[in-house]
Write a protein that binds this ligand. Structure first.
Ligand code: ZN
Length: 229
């Protein structure tokens, strides 16, 4: 089934893949071990958010597979969160619930994995310690150029910023910054001709723009994301 994700859910999905590859391994959980787990991650208002009498905001929630019709754990990330680093830290907490199962609550296996991956603070309201924070920073940098753009480069090989905006529908005025973040994260590089010269193609203004391509690491990540979607 080809699911259609919103930009935001695609982002969450890609962040899940990267957390599994770069963060959960610290708890001895290999990426392949997630294959048996059924879960869905989406953006939504968690139960208890609207009209909460305590005024306490629930920022993420993981529901046990037993309450879903098809036995899938449902993870919701509150759309009010718009700081990417915070979103990814909350996502990590919810994924610990998915892996540990909801029976142990915030104790037992949940507590062990949460601490092992670097979540600190009270177990019911964790945040990222400095080691985890730096891993999360590299995840959000890598996702700076949104997954749809990485996938567009995977599909089309090489594109200028203008062509990227055109293929993805992303805001053209923000794509340069996102592409630069991806370049800094080693996911995107200049497309060069056989003589090693950086290739340029005409921009709408009549000037010329550099053409960009995925690095091997960028291509690997894009393929991972494509497999997961
Ligand atoms: Zn929790």
């Amino acid at each position: 089934m080809q699911a259609i994700y919103t930009e935001r859910e695609t982002y969450l999905q890609a962040a899940v893949v990267m957390l599994q590859h770069t963060v959960f391994t610290a708890a001895g959980i290999e990426p392949a071990e997630w294959e048996g787990k059924k879960y869905r991650v989406s953006c939504g208002f968690p139960i208890g958010y609207r009209g909460s009498r305590t005024g306490k905001v629930v920022i993420g929630q993981a529901f046990d597979p037993s309450i879903s019709a098809d036995g899938t754990a449902e993870v919701f990330i509150n759309p009010i969160l718009d700081n990417p680093a915070e979103v990814v830290a909350v996502l990590a907490h919810e994924l610990v619930h998915v892996f540990a199962g909801n029976a142990c609550g915030h104790k037992g296996e949940f507590a062990r994995i949460a601490r092992a991956i670097g979540l600190v603070g009270p177990l019911t309201a964790t945040y990222a310690g400095s080691d985890l924070q730096s891993k999360i920073d590299s995840i959000t940098a890598a996702l700076g150029l949104y997954p749809t753009a990485l996938l567009a480069l995977l599909e089309h090989g090489n594109l200028t910023d203008y062509e990227l905006a055109d293929k993805t529908g992303l805001q053209q005025n923000s794509i340069g910054k996102r592409r630069k973040d991806c370049q800094d994260a080693g996911l995107v590089t200049h497309y060069r001709d056989d003589d090693g010269n950086k290739v340029k193609r005409p921009a709408p203004s009549g000037s010329k723009a550099y053409v960009w391509m995925l690095t091997d690491r960028g291509e690997e990540l894009a393929k991972q994301i494509k497999r997961e979607l």
